[in-house]
Design a protein around this ligand. Structure first.
Ligand code: TRP
Length: 457
């Protein structure tokens, strides 16, 4: 237990909490990963599976994490320890919280490197580097960035300092303030981008690519990717929403707020797709470019179109804002845990956590250049050719997030008392019964089935 005399911090209002939660969930996942994964998996079929995963798996787990956090009022590990202790369940449930903190650490280490790419691209956009680029030189720009350990390390360091700078300020002074200013700005920027995309000749093609499912393109891998992404984009399975819930007051309606966050997160991902694919198609480019989609394909379009300088800056600033409000949420549970478990102050804990994450990030930086030939688990067929960065991404999104999410929903659905859940969630009895049935059966079976199927595939 903490020796410090402070009472546990709280969000200042429901709206502040909502913005912070949306800030966490809307991130690189929405603007970078979702469009490129959709492109790689052939469009609407992926989107359809992803939407089902959000509704039947993401939403119940989001509500569960907030509820557990609010009941425990501590860092995710102590929260799980305390609630399982009170219910006389195995103390091993604390491992779920611990796995979450570890996962947040792993994710942030590579998230910050990608956030650094976004910063570098803001600089390229401002200095009009995209103007007049052709297919080869745009690839050269991206490749040149990835090949340079010092450039990547520099941008990664700046991004980490930005993250630490906000988290040091605490819940109200740091997390809330950042979300309140950055999220509305992000919404406006994205809307402008979509309106612009709507004027391009490829809009209809882009929109139907995103929204018309071609089910023949579905594979086991696509379904696992959609599941992993549903966790990633809602910030689930890593104790983050549990940590956010621990600052939540009793009068906030968890169900309604969770639906709002899931809808906003999904709408923003779809808007990112609606902004990006029409531009890609209007310029005759390839939607299936993979992780380079927004760093290669889009700049090429910005370089060719009129107003491209302006929209290029807009887009990459938006990307930085999205990444920033998410990275602060990844650092928060680590800091909360360190602060409560060690004698460190908030400032000390934030700096220590930031430094440790920065250090691990160096492995991701090197994955793109000096260590690009290093494939640590390459002897196993499923990890063949995977760099350290690929492994971190795979291990977290496709394994740790689903597994801790599964453990969380089983704990809530099968080990907690129905009455307590009912009081906590404060829903009408009809809505509660539906939620309870989904959470006990559909969600865990869905996660387990997709997980096993995807791994065997
Ligand atoms: N949800 C964020 C995104 O879409 C990333 C993120 C923030 C995250 N916190 C997380 C992912 C916790 C998994 C777990 O970019």
């Amino acid at each position: 237990m903490s020796q410090k005399s402070h009472t546990h911090a709280q969000w200042s209002s429901r709206v502040a909490f909502l913005l912070a939660a949306v800030g966490s969930s809307v991130g690189l996942g929405n603007i970078w990963k979702f469009p490129y994964m959709t492109g790689e998996s052939g469009g609407g079929a992926f989107v359809l599976v992803y939407l089902i995963c959000i509704a039947l798996i993401g939403l119940p787990i989001l509500m569960s994490e907030w509820m557990l956090g609010r009941l425990g009022q501590k860092n995710p590990m102590s929260t799980m320890q305390q609630i399982s202790g009170r219910l006389k369940r195995s103390p091993a449930w604390a491992l779920v919280g611990l796995a979450g903190i570890l996962g947040a650490y792993l994710i942030l280490s590579f998230y910050s490197v990608i956030g650094g790419w976004a910063l570098a691209y803001v600089k390229y956009a401002v200095t009009n580097t995209f103007g007049g680029l052709d297919n080869d030189s745009v690839g050269g720009l991206f490749g040149g960035l990835l090949e340079s350990p010092t450039a990547l390390l520099g941008w990664h360091s700046v991004f980490m300092i930005m993250t630490v700078g906000v988290v040091i300020g605490g819940v109200a002074g740091g997390l809330e303030r950042a979300a309140k200013t950055l999220m509305p700005a992000l919404g406006i920027l994205l809307l402008v981008m979509v309106l612009y995309a709507a004027t391009t000749p490829g809009f209809a093609e882009g929109a139907s690519y995103l929204l018309m499912p071609d089910l023949s393109k579905l594979t086991g891998e696509t379904v696992l990717a959609a599941l992993g992404h549903a966790f990633f984009t809602l910030s689930l399975g890593m104790g983050i929403m549990m940590a956010y819930g621990s600052y939540l007051s009793d009068d906030v309606n968890i169900g309604r707020t969770a639906v709002t966050v899931a809808i906003m997160d999904t709408v923003i991902a779809l808007m990112a797709g609606l902004a990006i694919f029409p531009i890609v198609f209007s310029n005759g480019l390839d939607a299936g470019a993979g992780p380079g989609l927004i760093f290669q394909t889009l700049p090429l379009a910005f370089g060719q179109m009129s107003g491209g300088w302006f929209f290029g800056i807009l887009f990459f600033v938006l990307l930085v804002f999205a990444a920033w409000t998410s990275s602060i949420s990844l650092l928060e549970p680590i800091v909360e845990w360190l602060e409560e478990k060690s004698p460190l102050s908030r400032t000390g804990a934030t700096i220590a956590a930031g430094l440790a994450t920065w250090a691990l990030g160096i492995a991701t930086v090197l994955s793109f250049n000096l260590w690009s030939g290093v494939h640590p688990l390459g002897v196993f067929a499923m990890f063949e050719g995977k760099t350290i960065f690929d492994l971190l991404d795979y291990l977290t999104s496709k394994i740790m997030l689903p597994l801790t999410g599964l453990a969380t929903i089983i704990f809530v659905g099968w080990y907690m008392q129905r009455d307590e859940l009912r009081t906590q969630l404060n829903m009408s009895s009809g809505a509660f019964s539906v939620w309870y049935a989904i959470s006990r059966f559909i969600t865990p079976i869905g996660v387990a089935a997709v997980f096993i199927f995807g791994l065997l595939h």
